[in-house]
Design a protein around this ligand. Structure first.
Ligand code: FES
Length: 68
């Protein structure tokens, strides 16, 4: 699994489109081939990124890789 930290933006998980996941007991599916999670704390749709980080959030880019 690879988790990217976008410069001045969200955590991004690259997963196949349509991947099923569960959030708060609710079954969901990815509509895109990535999942962007809020890192700035400003999103009105937490835990998802809604683009609010564009209003001045600053953080370095990075990447975390893990193998099972
Ligand atoms: S990182 Fe995008 S809204 Fe927080």
């Amino acid at each position: 699994m690879r988790l990217r930290f976008r410069e001045n933006g969200p955590y991004v998980l690259d997963l196949p489109e349509g991947t099923a996941f569960r959030l708060g007991g609710q079954e969901m599916r990815l509509e895109r081939a990535k999942l962007a999670l809020c890192r700035c704390g400003r999103s009105a749709q937490k835990p998802f990124c809604d683009g609010s980080h564009k209003e001045g959030f600053q953080a370095e880019a990075g990447e975390l890789e893990a193998e099972p």
